[in-house]
Design a binder for this molecule. Sequence first.
Ligand code: FAD
Length: 457
Amino acid sequence: MFESLQSKMNGSVILPEHPNYEESRAIFNAAIKKQPSAIAICKDELDVAESVQFANVHGLEISIRGGGHHISGTSLTEGGLLIDLSAMKQVAVDETTKVAKVGGGALLSDVDSETQKYGLAVPTGTVSETGIGGLALSGGLGYLRGKYGLSCDNILAAQVVTAHGEIVRASADEHADLYWAIRGGGGNFGVVTQFEFQLFEVGPEVLALDVMYDLQDADSIYRQLDEFQKTAPDEISLNVTVMDLPPLPDLPEFLHFKPVLILSGMYEGEVDHGEEVIKPLREMATPIVDQSGVVAYTDLQTKLDAMVPQQANFKGSSLFFQDLSPESWQEILAEKEKAPGHLMLQLWEVHGQMNRVPADETAFATRDARYALLLDIMYEDENEEACQEWINGFYHRFAPISYNGAAYLNGIDPDSEIIQNSYAANYKRLVEIKEKYDPENVFQRNHNIQRASVHSD
Ligand SMILES: Cc1cc2nc3c(=O)[nH]c(=O)nc-3n(C[C@H](O)[C@H](O)[C@H](O)COP(=O)(O)OP(=O)(O)OC[C@H]3O[C@@H](n4cnc5c(N)ncnc54)[C@H](O)[C@@H]3O)c2cc1C
């Protein structure tokens, strides 16, 4: 039956018997084995519209894939139609208006490499192989969050293929409700084939903070960081990463498997002043290594790529915190020892512009937390169940002291309670907009918004 779809598409339809099927199906998280009946590799918005209509007529579940990086694997469907946007990566910069038009399947590297030609940047994330589609539609936390906000805060407009296969433009003046919903509401409302993003002057060189401390100093470092965060200027954004170092060949042997705390970030502003600002962050304990310094923005944006393992099994969790006491931080760290896999635990401080946006101005509701906790656990097949149990247990143990049990939805499996906690008062409006644009829940492979889940008033 897929011949009729192929005949209407500029792109191609890949079926399970195709020699490239497995390669085309693969996503970041190797644990997700779902097998779509077909993969529609769309070249343009008309291909996307044809694919949506085809799936509707044939009763096929749709999944949308931007960069395929969400660890929950919502970009794959079992037996349905995968709408793949990887051939829609075009990035066009208008230097005068400072607006970038970005294809719905672009990766962060596509965005950064093109925008930096003009000394401009969109606030995105920190690993360049991530897709802008999923990242921006559910938030988008990166080094520019303090100064310029989340990626979703900087969406000026989007071309969207709706559940009925119509192509509409969402902006402040056109389909304003849809425009509100896609800024944080994920893939619930349609397939975004093109974003228009606000650009800012960034780089080409920036001041990066990158200090590795012994995990033994984590308590004292957290106390100092917590004080620093209270008055941190918008120009700086700080990420704490706790992990056991992998036995990489380019690391000296004494560091293999060593538990460390890495304090990383970026100062977006005048370098001399930035050096002063980051000085105390470099002296919070005796560093094992301090690689802070001036780097090309594009190098900083790709620096962490090497740390990301390919084709491994992952599970993830997340929570926001407003007040995280040093004692709770210690309890969180103690959980690391019980993780049945290799854990990367990240505590990202959040402040500045991303928290200045009113909670009801976009669908992304968490606007006055101080920290985002992100957990990623990499595991062997036989530990899958233990990992799931550990990850669920972690969320439920710390949710009561968190920011209303809200999570960063880009880092956690769909769960109706967590989704509602995260959208908070915005959930009701999201349900209304979902009913208007997608009453049959055609787009359900996501952190799904549904009427049945609305809390009674
Ligand atoms: C190694 C790694 C590093 C990360 N670093 C960061 C970071 O620094 N900052 C941060 O904020 N997040 C980060 N994330 C999380 C990241 O934001 C999410 O994984 C995000 O969903 C990735 O987008 P994607 O397009 O690659 O995802 P996909 O898996 O392709 O898509 C996820 C979902 O988004 C929706 N979607 C994607 N594209 C579209 C589209 N064009 N139109 C409509 N719906 C769409 C679909 O519902 C899809 O199921 C990281 C993840 C990984 C694995």
